[in-house]
Write a protein that binds this ligand. Structure first.
Ligand SMILES: C[S@@+](CC[C@H](N)C(=O)[O-])C[C@H]1O[C@@H](n2cnc3c(N)ncnc32)[C@H](O)[C@@H]1O
Length: 230
C-alpha cells in the first residue's frame, strides 16, 4: 500500500473510522490498557505514531497529566483535523502531520545532538500499513532509548478455540478496510500479509525489550505488546 493510497482512504473515510475507533465494543478498554502499558508518570512525554482521529490521545493525557506532553503524529490531514477537535480542551496534546517512519522529532537536525526526551511511543493499528514494520520498531526503540517504553496493538488472526467464526469476521473486516490497491488484490490474501507484518513488528519489540505487556484482547483478535528498553 502506498502512502498516497492510505492517505486518500483514511481521508475519505475518517468520519466512519472515528466512529469505529471509539465505539467498537472492547476497543476503549484496549486503548486504556495500551496507555497504561506505556508506564507513564505525571509530567512525561509520549508520542503516538499514526494517531488517526486521536482515539488514544485522551487516555495518554490521563497518564501524563497537565504537566506532561502528548504528541500525535499522522500523515493524513483530515484525520488530524478530527484529532485536533477531539483534543481541543487540552493545551498539552499536540497533533502533528508527519511520517511515522521518519517522525518529525528526535535529534536536532542542525546540531545533531540531544536525544528527544520521549518516555514512550504507542502505535495502535498502524504497523501493518508500513513497508518495514520491524525496521520502524527499531527506530522507535532508538527514539525512546534506555528505560523508555514502546507499545504496539494490532489486530491479527485469533488462535483461540473459538477462532473459526472470529477469524471469518476478521478476514471480512480486513478485506473491506484495506485500501483497494492492485498489489494487494494481486497478492489475494491481504489478511495473511497483514498478519506477517504484525507478527514481525511484535517479535522485534519482544527481542529488543523486557516485556511489560503481552496479551490479547477483543476475542483474541487484538494483540497488545509493550516493552521497556534496556
Ligand atoms: C487504522 S488507522 C489507526 C489510527 C489510530 N492509531 C487508532 O488506533 O485508531 C491507521 C492510521 O495510520 C496512519 N498512517 C499509516 N501509515 C502512516 C505513516 N507512515 N505515517 C503516519 N501515519 C500513518 C493513517 O493515516 C491512519 O490514520
Amino acid at each position: 500500500m502506498t502512502a498516497d493510497t492510505a492517505q486518500e482512504f483514511y481521508g475519505r473515510w475518517e468520519r466512519l473510522y472515528d466512529l469505529i475507533a471509539r465505539r467498537t465494543p472492547g476497543i476503549p478498554a484496549l486503548r486504556r490498557r495500551g496507555a497504561l502499558a506505556c508506564r507513564l508518570e505525571p509530567g512525561d512525554t509520549v508520542v503516538e505514531m499514526g494517531c488517526g482521529t486521536g482515539a488514544n490521545l485522551p487516555y495518554l493525557r490521563e497518564q501524563v497529566g497537565p504537566d506532561g506532553t502528548v504528541v500525535g503524529i499522522d500523515f493524513t490531514g483530515p484525520v488530524l483535523e478530527r484529532a485536533r477537535t477531539h483534543t481541543a480542551e487540552y493545551d498539552n496534546v499536540h497533533v502533528v502531520r508527519g511520517d511515522a517512519t521518519q517522525p518529525p522529532i528526535g535529534f536536532d537536525a542542525d546540531t545533531m545532538d540531544g536525544r528527544a526526551d520521549i518516555d514512550a511511543i504507542l502505535a495502535t493499528f498502524v504497523v501493518g500499513m508500513l513497508a518495514d514494520p520491524p525496521g520502524a520498531v527499531d527506530d522507535w526503540c532508538e527514539l525512546v532509548g534506555p528505560d523508555g517504553h514502546v507499545v504496539l496493538a494490532n489486530a491479527a488472526l485469533s488462535d483461540e478455540w473459538y477462532a473459526l467464526p472470529v477469524n471469518a469476521v476478521f478476514r471480512a473486516v480486513v478485506v473491506l478496510s484495506t485500501p483497494p490497491t492492485t498489489k494487494l488484490r494481486y497478492e489475494g490474501q491481504p489478511h495473511r500479509r497483514l498478519d506477517e507484518k504484525i507478527a514481525g513488528a511484535h517479535s522485534r519489540l519482544r527481542e529488543r525489550s523486557s516485556a511489560v505487556a503481552d496479551e490479547t484482547h477483543v476475542f483474541g483478535v487484538v494483540r497488545l505488546t509493550g516493552g521497556r528498553l534496556e
